[in-house]
Design a protein around this ligand. Structure first.
Ligand SMILES: [Fe+2]
Ligand SMILES: [Fe+2]
Length: 255
């Protein structure tokens, strides 16, 4: 199974959205034969209806099955009411041949920090109980501090409780965004993966705009980062969730 993981598109009419990078990135993305394209939030910048319309139009350029959760920017200015109209349910369990994907809205209206809460924790547990398929969880905010993303802020309020469930249940893969830098780390038996920003001008240092490609084959998860401007793809991490072997190449990335 191949997941293209993109995040933080930030469609807007101000300075956030880089339409040239977006077009270049979509061309690259459309050449990848993925099973799903998972978007971990911040499709807009201020949650305005004009931005939702713009994002919806731009996302139509992407070939493939889109699976989307909202980010903190999408919930601004009553944007949380618009998200379901434009992109469907915000919390869900999707079942595929190889996995159950639990998508969660970690954002709260007009706040930049996130929280899952007991209801969504329950959804995680339901996603795991469904059958013996692997469970993948995706939401916008980060669960642990992300290196190279500046002063720590906006981590989800109930990160401890959420980590406890995820680690205890040995969920192999969690997909997140928000910090505008790519990263991956294994904690206990879980791979935590952040996608960088796909098309926002607010990049950090030399990271630029990126997206992740995730290959899941039997018990093996491989995550690569694509640098859009340089058209370079590099392996970030490899993890076998059966034998626990993990090769982290994050510090060799040189994006
Ligand atoms: Fe963002
Ligand atoms: Fe965000």
């Amino acid at each position: 199974m191949k997941i293209v993981h993109i995040s933080d598109i930030h469609c807007n009419y101000g300075t956030d959205f880089n339409s040239k990078i977006y077009e270049k990135a979509v061309k690259m993305l459309n050449k990848i034969d993925s099973d799903i394209v998972f978007i971990s939030g911040d499709l807009t910048t201020d949650g305005l209806i004009s931005e939702y319309e713009y994002a919806q139009k731009k996302l139509k350029e992407i070939k493939g099955k889109l699976v989307i959760v909202p980010g903190n920017h999408d919930e601004r200015n009553l944007g949380w009411k618009l998200f379901p109209e434009f992109f469907g349910e915000t919390d869900f369990i999707h079942t595929y041949d190889e996995m159950n994907l639990v998508g969660l809205a970690s954002s709260e209206p007009d706040k930049d920090n996130g929280r899952l809460g007991r209801g969504r924790h329950k959804l995680i547990e339901n996603g795991i109980k469904k059958d013996d398929k692997m469970t993948v969880i995706g939401f916008h905010h980060h669960l642990v501090p992300v290196p190279n993303s500046g002063r720590e802020t906006n981590i989800i309020d109930d990160s401890g409780e959420t980590l406890d469930i995820i680690l205890k249940k040995e969920i192999p893969l969690v997909l997140m965004g928000h910090r505008h830098v790519p990263w991956a780390v294994k904690i206990h038996k879980t791979l935590l993966v952040n996608a960088g920003t796909f098309s926002c001008n607010r990049t950090r240092a030399h990271f630029g705009n990126t997206f992740n490609i995730i290959d899941i084959d039997n018990d093996e998860i491989e995550v690569s980062v694509v640098n859009i401007r340089k058209e370079k793809q590099k392996k970030m991490i490899e993890y076998n969730f059966e034998d626990g072997c993990c090769k982290n190449k994050y510090y060799d990335l040189d994006l």
